[in-house]
Design a protein. Structure first.
Length: 255
């Protein structure tokens, strides 16, 4: 690869890092903040930000020089949903599940070596539990993670998940061997329920959306108060929703 191509590739990588930084921050940032977070020269970030501002990918949000995603990103997202039938169907399935159960419903998948919520819809209960769309979360922190990796063997799983991701927010440590056993149990059961991983008051219920090969491409989830973890009707609705989306995914693949 020529020096010119290497520089161009590095510039593209830096641009992607900048956009990911704003996504994870979930708030507008100044150029200086972006420079510090990315450990990049201020001049480089300034040049990228100006190019994105010209394209409408970023917008200046106030007089302090803070920038965030612009309306062009909205157009990209709308176009994505128009073309990708499966994502559109998953969003509708999430809304139906939330309305049926009264609880927060989500559709989740892997994004690199992290878990991420793609679609979410709050239920009608006064007490609501929510998850941020697009925020990367360590896989061992989630019920879905135990299903998203269930096509892999033990060694592949431990190589895939960064060692630091077994540390929970409160400092507790998830034993990797126990994590693998929970993955095996989740695959056998066809669902997974976790309690008290991120907080002590909620549990996550997940059911897999699978391809014909058996690989999990995503999970339908319910995030509920811990007292509803044993509700069999909730689990039944969740599994029915995941099965419906699995059939839809297989039908699309067969087109």
């Amino acid at each position: 690869m020529s020096d010119q191509s290497t520089l161009r590739s590095r510039g593209i990588d830096r641009a992607i890092e900048l956009l990911n930084c704003l996504l994870e921050a979930r708030q507008p940032l100044r150029i200086g903040d972006l420079s510090r977070r990315l450990k990049a020269p201020r001049s480089t970030i300034y040049e990228l930000v100006n190019r994105f501002l010209d394209a409408g990918i970023l917008e200046m949000v106030d007089g302090d020089g803070r920038v965030f995603f612009g309306r062009t990103v909205h157009f990209y997202g709308t176009a994505y949903l128009e073309v990708h039938d499966f994502s559109r169907r998953a969003r509708a399935e999430v809304q139906q599940l939330a309305e049926k159960t009264g609880e927060t419903a989500q559709f989740c998948s892997l994004h690199g070596n992290k878990y991420s919520v793609l679609h979410a819809h709050s239920g009608d209960r006064l007490f609501r539990i929510s998850g941020e769309i697009g925020v990367p979360v360590p896989i061992p922190w989630t019920a879905s993670g135990r299903l998203l990796l269930d096509h892999l063997d033990r060694d592949s799983i431990l190589q895939f998940v960064p060692s630091e991701d077994f540390r929970l927010p409160d400092g507790r440590w998830i034993d990797p061997e126990q994590f693998y056993e929970e993955i095996c149990r989740a695959r056998k059961n066809g669902f997974c329920i976790t309690r008290g991983l991120i907080d002590n008051f909620s549990c996550c219920m997940a059911a897999p959306v699978r391809k014909d090969s058996g690989v999990t491409i995503g999970c339908m989830c319910l995030v509920v108060p811990d007292g509803r973890a044993a509700d069999k009707e909730l689990l039944s609705h969740l599994k029915d929703s995941a099965d419906s989306l699995s059939r839809y995914a297989r039908d699309l693949a067969g087109c």
